[in-house]
Ligand binder design. Structure first.
Ligand code: NAD
Ligand code: MG
Length: 332
């Protein structure tokens, strides 16, 4: 059984009197900063001059300064700038101000695990990785609940890294839902694998291929959209609530029989082999090297992919149908 921690395991007083520097104020940054502030902690937000986020953070009542100033003043720093920017921000503005009294934290292990950032050995390095998009994390916290987080310790120079990370995790609300201990390696590799093979890459490719199959066979794109895309949320909600058996209980016996007899043919051993290869590229660092190079070369291929994907017929027909269901925008 995995090691789980809850509010009772955390001692928030470890962070009392300390300054927590939140570097970046985007999806994760705003949620961490505001949740910690509401938990009674002393928070400073680090940004660059001219950042759009600067006034947003000030309007929320937070103290804002440039990253280097925050790095000087903060005892604990949570790095929440985009993963591909972290190396430069760290080298330019954080590293020069690190000393053994400080702790460095991340919400995803990419920079540390793939050695884009190599902190000095006498600094604590930890992770609290909330398992939710930042806006959801903030909203759930304001309703008195919390989202689960992963905790990992990369360096425990002070002997207090785990207790400090637990206090931070409880401060952002995760003590209410559970804080699960992992490693930087496990979090980084499983996170990349999950988003590539299921959450982002797998699911969109499955939907798109099924949509194209129906449209190419002469069915109306609107029908194909409802069947292959719109209904995914309804099914996923059932999976989320009660697992696969609950989803199967809720659909018809015909759907359930089709699931058992046809599902494994759609996602067959060939797909399993591909997933194993995708995982190997993550483990070997090949994916990381490719993505870092793409960033260094100006993201041209990335932008082309984004453009092409946005022009796919499923997006056109989907927009028309969603515009007729304005209430969809309110569901979370
Ligand atoms: P984001 O793009 O939403 O926000 C980035 C913030 O960093 C912005 O406020 C931006 O102005 C600021 N920024 C950019 N460059 C900067 C610079 N040079 N100096 C100072 N500030 C700068 O990013 P995000 O999605 O919140 O991701 C942050 C981290 O959290 C990443 O490590 C990511 O993997 C991790 N994470 C994100 C989510 C999520 O919900 N999006 C979930 C779990 C973990
Ligand atoms: Mg993830």
């Amino acid at each position: 059984m995995a090691q789980m921690y809850y509010e009772k395991d955390a001692d928030l007083s470890l962070l009392a009197g300390k300054t927590i520097g939140i570097i970046g104020y985007g999806s994760q940054g705003h949620a961490h900063a505001l949740n910690l502030k509401d938990s009674g902690m002393n928070v400073m937000v680090g940004l660059y001059k001219g950042s759009n986020s600067w006034s947003k953070a000030e309007e929320a009542g937070l103290q804002v300064a440039e990253v280097a100033e925050v790095a000087q003043k903060a005892d604990v720093m949570m790095v929440l700038v985009p993963d591909m920017r972290q190396r430069d921000v760290y080298n330019e503005s954080i590293a020069p101000h690190l000393d053994p009294s400080k702790a460095l934290m991340f919400a995803h292990g990419f920079s540390i695990h793939f050695k884009m950032i190599v902190p000095p050995p006498d600094v604590d390095v930890m992770m609290i990785a909330p398992k939710a998009p930042g806006h959801r994390m903030r909203e759930i916290f304001t309703r008195g609940m919390g989202v689960p987080s992963l905790l990992a310790i990369y360096q425990d120079a002070s002997g207090k890294a785990r207790d400090l990370a637990l206090a931070y995790g409880a401060g952002v609300g995760s003590g209410r839902a559970g804080i699960l201990e992992t490693t930087f390696k496990e979090e980084t590799e499983t996170d990349l694998f999950g988003e590539q093979s299921v959450l982002c890459g797998g699911i969109t490719s499955l939907i798109k291929t099924a949509f194209e199959t129906l449209v190419e066979a002469g069915y109306q794109p609107e029908v194909a959209y409802f069947e292959c895309m719109h209904e995914v949320k309804l099914i996923v909600d059932l999976l989320y609530q009660g697992g696969m058996a609950y989803m199967r209980y809720s659909v018809s016996d015909t759907a359930e029989y089709g699931d058992y007899s046809r599902g494994p043919r759609v996602v067959d051993d060939h797909v399993r082999e591909t997933m194993q290869n995708v995982l190997k590229e993550i483990q070997s660092g090949e994916f990381a090297r490719e993505w870092i190079a793409e960033n260094d070369e100006g993201l041209q291929r990335f932008r082309t992919s984004r453009q092409e994907a946005a022009e796919h017929p499923i997006e056109k027909v989907g927009k028309e149908l969603r515009d007729m269901m304005p209430w969809l925008q309110q569901t979370i």
